[in-house]
Design a protein around this ligand. Structure first.
Ligand code: DGT
Ligand code: CA
Ligand code: ZN
Length: 507
């Protein structure tokens, strides 16, 4: 019905019957559909705010089936929902998890500790931190866990699973298993849920019931214990599947056919083609950025200071660019052949779809990144056309952080990404995965689509400081979630191949 008419009559009918605001009540613990409907009808209230006011005024306790206790539980649920940040950016979650893992490793009996859940799968945001510990003495870890500083409350404490909420609303779930079960436990806790469902289906086809503890034979009750993930996949006749792929997006079929991609690794990345220096809004000089990059294994960098119209960043005039070119020649002599510094620019795609510099000038640079920073809220058609204009400019080599999103802060532009990628496939421009954890833009889904269309991917830190250079792993993880191999990413190409590619694009 939906496909042929674009509507669902029954759904429309329900929408008329039930106020949509009520749906927002459902995440409150202890408030199911029945109770929500009862409160709505009894008090004639439909919004979250009205519910909170009613609970505070003591109007819920006298309703059928309720009491002072359930009223207090609803108030507490509302408070905890508002304390909770919706999802946590990976860049904030990961260092916290790492610090906790280091603490767990010091506890007596602990053999191993690692991230689980979406954290281990390196999603760009995570709902909570899942951490998995292998220990001969689970009690000791659990006891230490629930006594960590800055805990707001303990949500649950059991022999294998406990969870807590910190004062700032961050939630952590800890799973503890004996080392001989760590393989099944790790797969269970890593997820995704959808991936695990597929694995359990495959196990059942072999008369095995897969849990976090073991495979149990459903006929004779015998058990298979797996200390490693490899053993678990092996029982199912599969090669080990990297966590970043475990989203039930075709990885099981690929694994069965032995067609899993050989995923890109951090050590494959030898070039960083977007970074900023004191010539615009960066913190370090070009020489310092080059040395810091070389120290991290880079062989090529592009200094992409902002272009003239991005005034707040001290965008460069063409005159200033001439001086910058001279300076780059000078520092290149100092650096020798340890690292090659390209004279580049992050050129603004202006609101009217033109670029900040004339074509003749763009042609004189070693590399051109074109990006959106302003007028992101233009209508879909207009903002899409802006990006496509930049893609069609033969002097543009890379489209930087294509949507302009800032995770949990601002939505990206409303791009018709399929149209953008189709245009990129025609011109051969590279699309960036910006590695900064606030961006991760392209995201995993779009980057995977780009690969399917044969579009080269650029993987850049967009560093404005030395610390920013260390954000590369987040970009690598996004590339891995997009199924990318090192050949798909221009930053992994040998220097000669990269320079040849730039030359072909008129540089
Ligand atoms: P998140 O926290 O929303 O970013 O997503 P996840 O994937 O970390 O999910 P979470 O925290 O609810 O659960 C952690 C892991 O636990 C998940 O990756 C797989 C496992 N898990 C959770 N619920 C279920 C379930 O209903 N069935 C199965 N098989 N596994 C589950
Ligand atoms: Ca989680
Ligand atoms: Zn930018």
């Amino acid at each position: 019905e939906f496909l042929s008419t674009g509507k669902l009559e029954f759904l429309e009918k329900l929408k008329k019957e039930i106020p949509t605001g009520l749906v927002e009540w459902l995440p409150i613990p202890g408030l199911g559909p029945k109770r929500a409907a009862m409160i709505w009808k009894a008090l004639n209230i439909t919004t979250f705010a009205e519910l909170e006011a009613a609970a505070k005024a003591g109007k819920l306790r006298d309703l059928p089936g309720m009491g002072a206790k359930s009223e207090a539980a609803i108030l507490e649920g509302i408070a905890s929902l508002s304390r909770r940040i919706v999802r946590i950016p990976l860049g904030r979650a990961y260092p916290i998890a790492q610090a906790l893992i280091d603490e767990f490793k010091k506890v007596k009996g602990v053999v191993d500790a690692q991230p689980g859940g979406s954290l281990r799968r390196m999603r760009d945001t995570v709902g909570d931190l899942d951490i998995l510990v292998a220990s001969k003495d689970p009690q000791a870890v659990m006891d230490m866990f629930v006594k960590l500083p800055r805990i707001h409350r303990v949500l649950g404490k059991g022999p294998t699973k406990s969870s807590i909420e910190f004062n700032d609303g961050l939630r952590v779930q800890l799973w503890v298993h004996p080392p001989q079960e760590f393989g099944t436990a790790s797969i269970y806790a890593t997820g995704s849920k959808e991936h695990n469902i597929r694995l359990r289906e495959m196990a059942l086809a072999k008369d095995l019931s897969l849990s976090d503890h073991s495979f149990k034979n459903i006929i004779d009750g015998s058990e298979i214990f797996c200390a490693t993930e490899e053993e678990v996949y092996d029982v199912l006749g599969l090669p080990w599947i990297p966590p970043e792929l475990r989203e039930d997006r075709g990885e099981i079929q690929a694994a069965k056919a032995n067609k899993l991609p050989k995923l890109i690794q951090k050590k494959d990345v030898k070039a960083d083609l977007q970074m900023h220096s004191t010539w615009s809004d960066g913190k370090l000089s070009m020489l310092e950025m080059a040395r810091a990059s070389a120290k991290r294994g880079m062989k090529v960098i592009a200094i992409t200071d902002h272009s003239v119209s991005l005034g707040v960043t001290g965008g460069l005039s063409m005159e200033r660019h001439k001086e910058q070119a001279k300076e780059i020649k000078k520092i290149q002599k100092q650096l020798g052949d340890s690292i090659l510094v390209l004279h580049a620019s992050e050129v603004e795609i202006r609101a009217d779809g033109t670029l900040d510099y004339p074509d003749e000038f763009l042609a004189s640079l070693d590399l051109v990144v074109a990006s959106l920073h302003t007028s992101l809220r233009q209508p879909r058609e207009k903002v899409t056309q802006r990006v496509i204009n930049a893609i069609r400019n033969p002097h543009v080599d890379i489209i930087g952080h294509p949507t302009g999103r800032l995770i949990q802060e601002r939505e990206g532009a409303d791009l018709d990404m399929e149209a953008v990628l189709q245009a990129a496939a025609e011109t051969g421009v590279a699309m960036e995965i910006n590695a900064h954890p606030a961006r991760l833009d392209l995201d995993d889904i779009h980057a995977r689509r780009a690969k399917e269309l044969g579009i080269p991917i650029a993987l850049n830190t967009d560093a404005h400081s030395e610390e920013d250079l260390d954000m590369l792993p987040y970009g690598v993880a996004t590339a891995r979630r997009a199924w990318l191999a090192k050949n798909d990413v221009i930053n992994c190409w040998p220097k000669d191949k990269l320079l040849k590619w730039l030359k072909k694009r008129g540089k």
